[in-house]
Ligand binder design. Structure first.
Ligand code: IMP
Length: 506
């Protein structure tokens, strides 16, 4: 397979490549990062988000999941460098646990560098994140509970901590005290039992950081985080400067996390993550400018896509029933298998059909194990992502094989707006019955959008052994061709299975 074709732009091989997701994350970036690493990249960078992400790779039949460490870590043993950049949010217990798992798996991370100025996630921020989710009740975001929203809010609010603080004890002491005083005041208005319950969770030290009269035990947090600091210190450095010094010299791969529709500025607000996970944010998150990126590849899943967590999902199979089930807080893969052993992907009941597709696609959160909501490919939202000025039209379609057994495939080509008048100002009003080719990423609009589908016959066979576009079943090509035309994308590759080899480069 000629991977080098994928990395060319205007006939020239790019030096800095960025792989990102055009949808809601979980589109299989890990697989492409892994194989671009194996054939080309020298430096692999994770630039935004935190341990809310989960990147799964499958090499030689062995599956592994990374959260903060770049998926490109598989190349470490060959001397490739991996970087966790300054735009990321680092929760030291999560990161050190991940490193322990790498140790257990005998996976080298000798060449891992971590930005001293990455955002530090603290216990107080995690508590706040979880308290707010409980308080929001039905309006919850479906956060991963990793403190991401608070970490980035504190940064914007000019009171964030950085990773480098925990290797500078005096600086850390002062900043931590200031932060804990602030959160104590804010959290005083909340139920102390709820706070105690959250602080007793294992991921928050099982109560180790909790102090009844003062809420947070400054000493306990301070001492423990200095221990993390000592552990991480050999890997901590000024990675922004390092990346800049390698720009144009080494092959740099920036590995996206989350997706455009989850981006804090451009996503389906407020049901988004709190980092800037579009191309400019990722470039900034490792000390670069987006103009430094020679080639960006936008990944999307189709003809089945997914969303994990709450928020609008116009093409969800099983609609509200699926949303409630997936976000109810109890469902997981084992429970679904026990309660619904016999569902099929062609079930006439949409909720059951969605369950079966999820099972085949292994669509369960890599970080939270929550069931991912599944739905039909949504072209208005894909067009929206592709129209963002900083995105290129170069795309990769993934997980096509998940739909192998479907008798019929729906593709959403437009939305019909069925809500009250919505004014954009400037005499522009969205009225009931309007057809939309391009999504507006606002919850208050999307909640009233109904999908308009074109239905295609499924190809109903395995894609094993397909190596070229022409060798794909004709019925599948008859779905992909119109998708390319209707979105004006430049489709560069199609993934038809988890292994590196199960890829068609166009
Ligand atoms: P947070 O990032 O934990 O604050 O979660 C905010 C929203 O983003 C929730 O709906 C999460 O499910 C979603 N989210 C965060 N990270 C990922 C990811 O890596 N893949 C998919 N969804 C994510």
């Amino acid at each position: 397979m000629d991977y080098s074709k994928l990395l060319k732009k205007s006939g020239k091989t790019a030096k800095t490549v960025l792989v990102h997701c055009l949808q809601f994350g979980d589109t299989g970036k890990g697989k492409f990062v892994d194989f671009i690493t194996s054939v080309w990249a020298c430096i692999i960078v994770r630039a935004t988000g935190g341990s809310n992400a989960g990147h799964t790779t499958c090499v030689n039949g062995k599956t592994s999941t990374n959260h903060l460490v770049p998926s490109g870590i598989v190349g470490d043993a060959e001397g490739k460098a991996t970087v966790i950049g300054s735009g990321t949010a680092i929760n030291p217990p999560d990161l050190t646990n991940e490193l322990k798992i790498l140790d257990l798996n005998k996976q080298s991370y000798n060449n891992l560098r971590i930005a001293y100025n990455a955002h530090l996630t603290t216990p107080a921020e995690i508590v706040m994140d979880r308290v707010l989710e409980v308080r929001a009740g039905k309006g919850k975001i479906g956060s991963t509970g990793k403190g991401i929203a608070q970490t980035y809010s504190d940064f914007i609010g000019r009171q964030g901590l950085i990773l480098g603080d925990i290797i500078n004890p005096n600086v850390f002491n002062v900043k931590l005290k200031r932060q804990l005083d602030y959160y104590r005041q804010i959290l005083e208005g909340f139920d102390p039992e709820l706070i105690a319950q959250i602080m007793n969770q294992e991921s928050l030290g099982s109560g180790f950081y909790h102090s009844r009269p003062y809420m947070f035990d400054h000493e306990a947090i301070y001492e423990q985080y200095l221990v993390y600091g000592r552990e991480l210190k050999p890997m901590i450095s000024d990675t922004d400067a390092y990346i800049r010094s390698e720009l144009g010299k080494s092959n740099i791969l920036i590995e996206g996390s989350q997706g455009d529709l989850l981006d804090i500025e451009f996503g389906t607000y407020p049901f988004v993550t709190s980092s800037s996970c579009t191309v400019p944010g990722m470039a900034r998150g490792c000390g670069l400018d987006m103009r430094d990126v020679d080639l960006s590849l936008g990944i999307f899943k189709g003809p089945i896509m997914s969303r994990v967590g709450c928020g609008p999902f116009v093409t969800e199979i099983g609609g509200e029933e699926s949303d409630l089930w997936c976000n109810g807080g109890k469902a997981n893969r084992e429970m679904e298998e026990r309660l619904y052993p016999d569902v099929t992907v062609n079930d006439s009941n949409e909720f059951r059909q969605g369950l079966a597709i999820r099972r085949i696609g292994k669509e369960y959160g890599a970080t939270t194990t929550r069931p991912r909501r599944v739905g039909w490919l949504d072209l208005p939202s894909l067009r929206y992502s592709l129209e963002l000025r900083f995105n290129s039209k170069n795309t990769i379609m993934t997980k096509v094989d998940v739909s192998n057994e479907l008798k019929e495939i729906n593709v959403c080509t437009q939305y019909e707006y069925q809500g009250p008048d919505y004014s954009f100002g400037d005499n522009r009003v969205l009225r009931y019955g309007a057809r939309l080719n391009v999504a507006y990423p606002r919850e208050e609009i999307l909640r009233y959008c109904k999908p308009i589908y074109t239905t295609f016959p499924g190809w109903e066979c395995s894609l094993e052994g397909c190596k070229t576009y022409d060798s794909l079943p004709q019925k599948l090509r008859q779905i992909i061709d119109p998708i390319i035309i209707m979105t004006s994308m430049n489709l560069r590759a199609i993934s038809i299975g988890p292994d590196r080899e199960e890829t068609i480069i166009l």
